[in-house]
Design a protein around this ligand. Structure first.
Ligand code: MRU
Length: 346
């Protein structure tokens, strides 16, 4: 059965991914037929955003099982699991999805295993959309009427199973007539803000103003921002949050200006196994992502570069974490624990 979202189409015997490297100028869909192609698409940013990476990994494993026919078993799939797990290190949703699929280990083989994996990948895809819609409502409740918000990176339909996390809150608040506008930081070096977030918001008719990342402080100083809303790639047991590089800068600025700093992420982004953010592996990406923009060189050819893809925002700087289960205000280990223990929204 086909399951479709803005950037991920499941067609039963293969996957199609919208190549996010080409947006907003070109709409190109790539066919993915096995786990290696899925891992390459994740590593090379054809697909990106923590939940979308997890969904893609799940389909990638299902495709690998399909291609193995009668030989498919959890044991014969271990190379594919390792290949997918090696694609990007920081977003925990990737590992969460692979671990979830492990529930079929031992019980099923061959076509039955392939079918179970595909059905669960579809469930992960659908559940993420539902989680984002719930998160959108919980998050919108936190915003004052007429708010203008600032967001970073891309956390929208392109990055998830649909609607989005931080962008989902923005969409829900806009639908309630609660929002005046959105400032989107361009998100150097990969430009998720300018290439993807502004594109999604303009397509939805939500008033967005694109700014250079370095503009955030001035906007806050001028009183133009009522909340900062971002996504997450991994949230540790104490609430420390890994997200796109530059998120920490925004949290420090928000605290200085007494502006709420809201993190939106599904429960699949919580990693209670890690006590705090110092344990998170931060991906470092190719130097040319910083030296070049769209293939055009902007720096001396061999200039040394430091290119971490993510940073850690300490829990103390976070006003609230919003998941599909509700809101954790001023997060700490005890509150995250009890949030995880509850089965439905607070
Ligand atoms: O490098 P990316 O584009 O995968 O980074 C994405 C982010 O940092 C997002 O904020 C995060 O994954 C949440 S997406 C709903």
């Amino acid at each position: 059965m086909a399951v479709n979202s803005a950037a991920i189409r499941w067609l039963g015997d293969h996957l199609q991914l919208l190549d996010q490297r080409c947006l907003p100028t070109e709409t190109l869909w790539l066919d993915i037929r096995d786990s290696q192609q899925a891992a390459d698409a994740i590593r090379n940013m054809v697909v990106r955003g923590a939940p979308a990476i997890g969904i893609t990994a799940a389909y990638g494993l299902a495709l690998e099982a399909q291609s193995m026919g009668n030989d498919a078993s959890w044991v014969t799939l271990q190379n594919a699991v390792a290949t997918l797990a090696d694609s990007r290190p920081t977003a925990v949703n990737l590992f969460w999805a692979l671990e979830r699929l492990q529930r079929y280990a031992g019980d099923l083989q061959g076509k039955a295993l392939a079918q179970a994996l595909a059905e669960d990948a579809e469930a992960i895809h659908r559940e993420d959309l539902a989680a984002n819609q719930a998160m959108g409502e919980f998050g919108a409740d936190l915003l004052p009427s007429g708010a203008t918000v600032y967001t970073h990176c891309n956390t929208g339909a392109l990055a998830t199973g649909g609607h989005g996390t931080a962008l989902g809150i923005i969409r829900s608040a806009w639908a309630r007539n609660q929002l005046t506008g959105v400032f989107a930081g361009e998100t150097r070096p990969w430009l998720q803000g300018s290439r993807l977030t502004s594109w999604e918001l303009l397509n939805d008719g939500i008033p967005v103003t694109l700014v250079a990342d370095s503009c955030a402080g001035q906007l806050m100083q001028q009183g133009k921002i009522q909340a900062v809303i971002v996504g997450a790639d991994r949230i540790t047991a104490n609430g420390d949050t890994a997200n796109k590089i530059g998120t920490y800068n925004l949290a420090v600025l928000a605290q200085h200006h007494n502006i709420p700093f809201i993190v939106a992420a599904p429960v699949s982004t919580l990693d209670p196994a890690l006590p705090n953010g110092s344990h998170i592996v931060i991906e470092e990406r190719d130097a040319n992502e910083v030296r070049n923009v769209q293939g055009k060189s902007l720096a001396p050819e061999h200039c040394p570069v430091y290119n971490p893809a993510f940073d850690i925002t300490p829990a103390q700087l976070i006003t609230a974490i919003v998941t599909e289960r509700g809101v954790v205000h001023c997060p700490d280990t005890a509150k995250i624990n009890s949030h995880l223990a509850q089965t439905k929204e607070s």
